[in-house]
Design a binder for this molecule. Structure first.
Ligand code: PXL
Length: 282
């Protein structure tokens, strides 16, 4: 069956993130990616001097035209939405194209490393929170999860150093805010029983919590959250279970980070995932 997903995200010329990541990953997984840009940037916002052309006013044309054409999608993915206007347009898009069996993955891109990305206001955070509540699948990193649920990030990080099981249980309780949404909290740092630094992707579905962990390879690379979300949606559209999809995404990203480290790739440039795309072939 031909699979098609709408990817609502920005187009950044540098940083191997957002639509660049979505299109590459979904295509490798045998899924047609239909890009709906939310903004066009010379480079992701971590680069000094980036330029940004807002695209909110054009998003309605995509929704209308695709509706006129009778296009349908099995999956919808949304990512970087820096203004409340782009969030509102995304919600309208989801309303229009959502049918039974369509999976909407919301990656609530807001920040990383305990900090909100440049350009986001309290109003954009509030708008993102209401969009997140509409998702079938939600993929916040730990920073974004703490922002969305009003959780103390420092306290969570400290708990991860000493009592990871308590940390995971505390996050699972907080995730009840998103009720019927399957949530994967990505990039949770913790120290395992052997004293090794790890990163956990905590899979939270209907009262169950499954940690899917990988060694912490260090560094914060651009675009890893975008790649993760795209692999997860692709995996679900291919009818893999959620945990298997999370494992695939984690393995793909770990390989890309290993390659980036070998090549001394700067964090802003994103990971060297291109050579790892074969891992995703259906
Ligand atoms: O990868 C997240 C992301 C997406 N899009 C833009 C960004 C960032 C993170 O900085 O700046 C434009």
């Amino acid at each position: 069956m031909h699979l098609r997903a709408a990817a609502i995200n920005d187009l950044s010329g540098l940083g191997r993130c957002s639509l660049t990541a979505d299109i590459a990953v979904l295509a490798a997984m045998g899924i047609e990616a239909c890009p709906l840009p939310t903004a066009v940037l010379t480079a992701q916002t971590g680069y000094a001097g980036f330029r940004c052309v807002p695209f909110a006013d054009h998003m309605e044309s995509y929704r209308k035209h695709w509706q006129e054409l009778g296009v349908s999608f099995q999956g919808i993915l949304s990512g970087y939405l820096a203004s409340p206007d782009t969030v509102r347009r995304t919600a309208e898009f989801v309303e229009t194209f959502r049918r039974p069996g369509v999976t909407y993955l919301c990656d609530p891109v807001l920040g990383d490393n305990g900090r909100v990305y440049r350009g986001f206001t309290d109003a954009s955070v509030e708008a993102m929170r209401s969009l997140a509540l509409r998702a079938d699948l939600l993929t916040p990193n730990l920073t974004e999860f703490c922002i969305l649920t009003g959780t103390d990030m420092d306290a969570m990080q400290k708990l991860g150093e000493t009592h990871p099981d308590e940390l995971f249980a505390a996050l699972a309780r907080k995730a009840a805010f998103f009720k019927d949404t399957d949530t994967v909290i990505t990039g949770i740092p913790f120290r395992n029983e052997e004293g090794r630094q790890m990163l956990c992707n905590l899979v939270l579905t209907q009262g169950t919590q499954v940690p899917v962990s990988f060694p912490h390879l260090g560094g914060t690379y651009s675009g890893t959250g975008d790649l993760f979300a795209a692999v997860l949606l692709g995996g679900r559209l291919q009818h893999r279970d959620l945990e298997a999809s999370v494992r695939l995404a984690g393995t793909f990203i770990s390989r890309g980070i290993e390659s980036a480290r070998r090549n001394h790739t700067p964090y802003n440039d994103g990971i060297d995932y291109e050579s790892c795309l074969s891992l995703l072939l259906p």
